[in-house]
Design a protein around this ligand. Structure first.
Ligand code: HEC
Length: 103
C-alpha cells in the first residue's frame, strides 16, 4: 500500500513539474507577451539565478508598478500559489538559462 501511494505521489510530481508550457506559456503566447525576452531582461538586470527567481516570484505574487521590468501591458495579478510557483520558476529557469547551452 505504501509503495502504491509512493508511486502515485512520484508520478504526480513528474506531471506537475512538466507543466510550465500549460501553466505559463499558453497564456503568454495567447496574449503575445513572450517569456523569453522577459527572462533575458531579468537576467541582465539581476544576473544571478537566485536574484532573478526571487524578483520574478515577488512580482508574480505581489505585482506593483515599481517592481516590474516588463512595461508594455498593465500589471497582471498572476493567480498562482506560492508552492506551485516555486516549481514552475525552476522550470522557467531551466528552460531559458544560457549557461550549459553554449557549446
Ligand atoms: C492567464 C495569463 C497568464 C499566465 C497563466 C501567466 N502569465 Fe505571466 N504575465 C501575464 C501578463 C498579461 C503579463 C504582462 C503584465 C505584467 O507584467 O504584469 C505577464 C507578465 C509576466 C512577467 C513580467 C513581469 C514584469 O517584470 O513585468 C513574468 C516574469 C511572467 N509573467 C512570468 C510568468 C510565469 C513564470 C508564469 C507561470 C507560472 C506566468 N507568467 C503565467 C499573463 C499570464
Amino acid at each position: 500500500m505504501v509503495k502504491v501511494i509512493l508511486c502515485l505521489f512520484l508520478s504526480l510530481q513528474i506531471v506537475l513539474s512538466s507543466d510550465f508550457d500549460t501553466a505559463c506559456l499558453a497564456c503568454h503566447e495567447k496574449k503575445n507577451i513572450p517569456l523569453k525576452p522577459i527572462f533575458f531582461e531579468y537576467l541582465l538586470y539581476y544576473s544571478s539565478k537566485s536574484a532573478i527567481l526571487k524578483a520574478t516570484k515577488e512580482y508574480l505574487l505581489h505585482p506593483t508598478l515599481q517592481k516590474r521590468l516588463y512595461k508594455k501591458a498593465p500589471p497582471y495579478q498572476h493567480k498562482i500559489s506560492q508552492k506551485r510557483l516555486d516549481k514552475l520558476l525552476e522550470e522557467y529557469w531551466e528552460r531559458y538559462k544560457v549557461i550549459g547551452k553554449i557549446k
